[in-house]
Design a protein around this ligand. Structure first.
Ligand code: SF4
Length: 444
């Protein structure tokens, strides 16, 4: 739980020596509370103060790094609702493979996961992990499959099954991959925990009810094992939604550390609508890792799109890099279009120009990720900014067409732009990108 400035002040020496750069310990405490300073800036802070502040600054949901370099991050959340601030780390999407599915099916699934990529608003979205479920009786076969899956698809794994020996062997086979080992109940946990630790894997705990799960989690935390995920046993969509909400609320509102861990959920079933609904529930309601029952590009496309929207920081619009883009293979005499660097605007405008069949240049100045009208109203998309950006990238030496098309919504800047760009012809395009194709056919 975050500490107030007054609470922090009581942890400081109180000598007002000013060595931290603040006039008083209270002023420094206020900066710490506002996260504008670090406790290390006070050379006299006690170990107790550092420890207490360190704990207080931990997010209520533990951040866990997966993968060999621990760069695949889950957890770290601080709010219940995105609009309170932002969600921090996206639900990791995985695809399950059963060990008894047959070599052909398994090979095909591994290959599909490895190459799957969805391009959306400038991002490449992929399947980040593979769930491996042990159902067969061959423990060493399961370990070989784990090794093969890790090597073939280059994705960390989520290992689960009833045969603890098979899981241990598989965990060892992929040591260093930063995978997750699932342990159901206390008995399996006690056997798998040392192996997971030794091999650098996280552990996902599951238990028949929340109380048992919280008790197991608390026990592990007390023992120093905090790379934990929690798996809830639920039997309906409503229960899944409710359990996730109760657990996350307890972590964030009540600072209940035992439930302050990312959630792991294996989606089961064959009905694509039901499994999609279960996966959507995880993405929308706090899922840390969601394992889909099989590889289904249609399901993945919908889920990854939803996830991208939910996990976008509402205070930071998705942006593209400000620069001169090419559409098709434009020659120097091709026309220049200009728009803002708000991703959605950029992709709609560039798509419409591409659809028209011409090659062109698309000039995108820095507009802080705002759409055309918003940027214009905020003074971020003006004649001065466009002409200055043209100078910065030395557009004149690259383009001979001397024709630039501005969005119809900012027709009012055409006069000033003409003054700023002698020799250029300023064309006012349509207000809506959908009308660009007709405009291009009529005027270019
Ligand atoms: S350096 Fe430490 S003791 Fe000195 S004023 Fe700052 S907080 Fe207080």
């Amino acid at each position: 739980m975050a500490l107030t400035g007054l609470q922090i002040q009581k942890l400081l020496p109180g000598t007002n020596c000013k060595e931290c750069g603040s006039n008083t310990c209270l002023a420094f405490a206020m900066k710490l509370a506002a996260k504008k300073a670090a406790i290390t800036e006070c050379p006299y802070a006690s170990d107790e103060a550092k420890h207490t502040l360190g704990l207080a600054n931990e997010p209520p949901v533990k951040t866990i790094g997966l993968g060999p370099e621990k760069k695949l991050i889950t957890g770290g959340e601080t709010v219940l609702y995105r609009h309170d601030k932002t969600f921090v780390n996206r639900t990791i999407i995985a695809v399950n493979i059963d060990d008894d599915a047959g070599a052909q099916v398994i090979d095909a699934a591994l290959a599909q996961v490895k190459v799957y990529a969805l391009e959306r608003v400038g991002e490449t979205l992929t399947v980040e992990m593979i769930g491996l479920t042990q159902r067969g009786a061959d423990a060493s076969g399961f370990a070989s499959l784990a090794g093969k899956a890790w090597q073939a698809a280059e994705r960390p794994l989520i290992l689960r099954g009833q045969d603890t020996k098979a899981l241990s062997e598989a965990a060892r086979a992929v040591a260093g991959s930063g995978s997750i080992v699932c342990a159901h109940g206390e008995e399996q946990l006690d056997e798998l925990l040392p192996v997971a630790r030794e091999c650098g894997h996280a552990v996902a705990l599951s238990a028949p009810d929340l109380d048992t799960l919280a008790a197991l989690s608390a026990r592990l935390r007390d023992g120093g094992m905090t790379d934990l995920l929690l798996g809830f046993e639920t039997h309906s969509l409503a229960e899944q939604y409710q359990t996730n909400t109760i657990a996350r609320r307890a972590a964030i509102k009540d600072n209940f550390k035992a439930l302050g861990h990312p959630f792991l959920h294996f989606v089961t079933g064959a009905d694509p609508f039901q499994t999609t609904a279960a996966a959507v529930t995880e993405v929308a309601k706090y899922g840390g890792v969601c394992v889909l029952p099989s590889f289904d590009p249609a399901q993945l496309s919908a889920l990854l799109t939803l996830r991208q929207n939910i996990f976008t920081d509402p205070q930071k619009p998705i942006q593209v890099e400000p620069k001169l883009y090419t559409i098709g293979e434009p020659k120097p005499e091709a026309p220049v279009f200009v728009t803002t660097n708000f991703s959605l605007t950029f992709f709609i405008v560039s798509g419409e120009i591409e659809n028209s069949g011409i090659s062109a240049w698309l000039l995108v100045p820095e507009c802080e990720g705002m759409s055309v009208l918003t940027a214009w109203a905020a003074g971020k998309f003006s004649a001065a900014i466009i002409s200055k950006f043209m100078q910065e990238i030395d557009l004149e030496s690259r383009i001979t067409s001397r024709r630039i098309v501005i969005p119809g919504y900012v027709a009012s800047i055409s006069g000033e732009l003409e003054d700023n760009l002698p020799g250029w012809k300023i064309l006012v395009g349509p207000e809506e990108a959908a009308d660009l194709e007709g405009f291009i056919k009529s005027f270019l």
